[in-house]
Design a protein around this ligand. Structure first.
Ligand SMILES: [Fe+2]
Length: 265
């Protein structure tokens, strides 16, 4: 099973640049074209939040237009830049979409790997949190299929990254999440967005991995007094490849066309 993981496209109205410098819509269109060119074709595309920049219905309409050429089913969660009800409206009719409340769901009919989505966003706020209720929902969803390899997808990472201006807006109560996940050894990965960078760590007895953005990279500044910044680095995505003999292998994939291929011996 092959799973493409795109994050933080920050779609805007036509002609509006993200942060005044990046055509986030064009970069997302390039990402979708890249997914469609992959051979083998992924079975599933995960979008781990900040699908649009302001949460307006018009931005979601643009998102859907950009997703239309995609030949692969999509599973999405909102991020702090999304607006939960406009998100729900945009994905109305998708079998995975809950009718109300947080966008929590489990999908297991796309291949051997089951996806459990956990909405840790707090409407109107940039940080997220794991409440007792969401921890209980996660526990329930994971307990339903204890022997299926499982990915947990959420937006804000539940750990301190060491980048001070991102850690103000992390997912709080991460230890509660870690204690739930630790009870379910079938969890192969926790996948997050939000930080616009790739990070990996051990968390709750599994591997946690954050995704790059298709739009910008948040600056890697590790000093406690660092000021917020971002860079235009090569846009990228992750490809999670599941095979019984290796379990889940995660690949970092820059988006675009690059010189090569060259033979090597
Ligand atoms: Fe973002």
């Amino acid at each position: 099973m092959l799973i493409a993981h795109l994050s933080d496209p920050h779609i805007r109205l036509d002609g509006q640049l993200y942060q005044g410098v990046v055509d986030s819509n064009a970069q997302f269109a390039a990402a979708i074209a890249h997914v469609n060119r992959l051979d083998p074709r992924p079975d599933l595309v995960l979008l781990s939040g900040d699908l649009v920049d302001h949460g307006d219905a018009e931005e979601y309409a643009m998102l859907l237009r950009l997703l239309a050429p995609l030949d692969v089913p999509v599973l999405a969660i909102p991020g702090n830049h999304d607006e939960r009800e406009a998100f729900r409206q945009a994905f109305c009719g998708q079998p995975w979409l809950p009718a109300q409340g947080p966008i929590d769901y489990a999908v297991g009919d796309r291949g051997p790997v089951r996806i459990v989505a956990l909405d840790v966003t707090l409407p109107g706020l940039h940080h997220g949190a794991v409440s007792e209720a969401s921890a209980a929902r996660l526990d329930q969803m994971l307990a339903a299929e204890p022997s299926r390899p499982t990915i947990v997808m959420m937006h804000q990472p539940p750990f301190d990254t060491g980048i001070p201006y991102m850690d103000l807006y992390s997912c709080r109560e991460g230890q509660l999440l870690a204690s739930v996940v630790a009870r379910h050894p079938q969890v192969e990965r926790i996948l997050c967005g939000h930080v616009h960078r790739v990070m990996q760590l051990r968390f709750g007895g599994t591997v946690l991995c954050t995704a790059p953005s298709t739009t910008t990279a948040i600056a890697l500044r590790l000093k406690p007094d660092a000021t917020p910044a971002s860079h235009i680095e090569p846009p990228a995505m992750l490809l999670h490849h599941w095979r019984p003999e290796t379990a889940l292998v995660t690949h970092f994939v820059p988006i675009g066309t690059f010189p090569g291929p060259y033979p090597f011996a």
